[in-house]
Design a protein around this ligand. Structure first.
Ligand code: SF4
Ligand code: SF4
Length: 393
């Protein structure tokens, strides 16, 4: 199949050293009308500086309220290949592990019914299949689900949870991120497939404060592994590191709480002042390790700046053990969702609701005890105030 449209503006985006999405669409255009007409539509949009996507009717598959994002072109006669261009979200495996056979399976289905274009992965975490028509949706769903795949969340629902690869490959993981993410996904199937919330709700699980999944900026509930007790120190390994790095400059001076010292070749940590940021452990992996009691901090509220400004998550539970069957965790999530359901306005994220109603109201609503770690910005800005009756005289 040859090129259907001249695309001088898109061609500019193929120049340079980096991979180009235009090149990838052109490859797909060798096979599908979807991708060929997508090039024409995009070129016109770039020329006119106008989008030609419009919101149309709601599309989906039987029994599910989410998982498919409807997209239509407002120029269906000119570009019939993208008259419908719906997105299918496929729930990714925890930690984004696939076998080659599994990837081939999904791509085989997608080549049969869709544009062949994918986004691996969307920012929520799903495997995103870009561009198919309404008639193909049930067939895609039937083929995926018969092979054990499922759709992810969309709309005002729990979105597909995601995590870092945790204990499967990383020695710093303080919790089993993949097991927890799978458990959240299975436990809340109804909440993911049948949107009933004021707005979206995302979980992201990181095994430690390095936060490779960027949960603190991107999840309504960020679950981040941490520890209690003292950081493990192997002084002989510290001595080895001293041969290749400036420990004072690269570790001690960069500890955010100033709780480390290095004198006479011996590294010491005042653990009561450590905020478990992971800097020293990440730099001196062989010498330092997280403390013995492992669990997680739960934070709430982050979101991108769509309706109001961007928010970062803040601490609501400083430390929780996260082990199967995760009863305490699920009970807390239930209380938070109930409070949000009762007070949230349409399209109000949980973080925005807390900002509107106040943190003390939230804490009372979900029966959490105030704690000095519940601050919006570390070591600044106390985020709640005690009532007169809370103060013991
Ligand atoms: Fe490892 Fe921590 Fe990154 Fe997870 S967030 S992969 S535990 S460094
Ligand atoms: Fe300092 Fe962070 Fe290491 Fe704690 S984890 S000792 S705060 S660098």
């Amino acid at each position: 199949m040859g090129k259907k449209y001249a695309t001088p503006l898109l061609d500019e985006l193929k120049k340079g050293a980096f991979p180009s999405f235009v090149t990838e669409i052109e490859k797909a255009a060798e096979k599908t009308e979807y991708a060929r007409d997508l090039l024409g539509l995009l070129e016109q949009s770039y020329r006119e500086k106008l989008t030609h996507w419009k919101h149309g009717g709601i599309v989906g598959v039987r029994g599910y309220g989410g998982g498919v994002i409807g997209r239509y072109s407002d120029l269906p006669d000119k570009y019939p290949g993208v008259a419908h261009f719906h997105t299918v979200r496929v729930n990714q495996p925890s930690g984004f592990y696939y076998t080659t056979a599994a990837l081939r399976e999904v791509m085989g289905i997608w080549d049969k019914y869709g544009s062949g274009l994918t986004n691996m992965h969307g920012s929520t975490g799903d495997m995103v299949l870009l561009g198919t028509n309404t008639e193909s949706l049930e067939a895609i769903f039937a083929e995926l689900s018969s092979r054990g795949w499922d759709l992810g969340g969309s709309g005002s629902a729990m979105r597909t949870p995601s995590c870092c690869l945790g204990k499967s490959r990383c020695e710093w993981a303080c919790i089993d991120t993949m097991a927890l993410t799978n458990e959240i996904t299975q436990h809340f199937q109804d909440e993911m497939h049948r949107p009933a919330f004021p707005y979206k709700f995302k979980f992201k699980v990181a095994g430690c404060a390095v936060d490779c999944i960027a949960s603190i900026a991107r999840a309504d509930m960020s679950i981040i592994g941490t520890w209690k007790g003292d950081i493990g120190i192997k002084q002989d390994e510290v001595a080895n590191y001293s041969k290749t790095m400036d420990i004072q400059k690269e570790i001690i001076d960069m500890c955010p709480t100033g709780c480390m010292t290095y004198t006479g070749g011996k590294l010491s940590i005042d653990n009561s002042n450590c905020n478990r940021c992971m800097h020293c452990i990440a730099q001196m992996t062989k010498a330092l390790s997280p403390g013995p009691e492992r669990g997680a901090t739960i934070l709430l509220g982050s979101k991108a700046p769509i309706v109001t400004g961007a928010l970062m998550s803040w601490v609501i539970v400083p430390f929780i053990k996260l082990e199967p069957p995760y009863e305490e965790f699920f009970e807390l999530v239930g209380k938070i969702w109930e409070w949000w359901d009762e007070h949230g306005k349409n399209r109000e994220r949980i973080g925005e609701l807390i900002e509107r109603m106040g943190f003390p109201t939230f804490l009372k609503g979900v029966e959490l005890t105030p704690h000095p770690a519940m601050i919006k910005s570390p070591r600044r800005d106390p985020f709640f105030f005690w009532d007169e009756e809370d103060i013991q005289r």
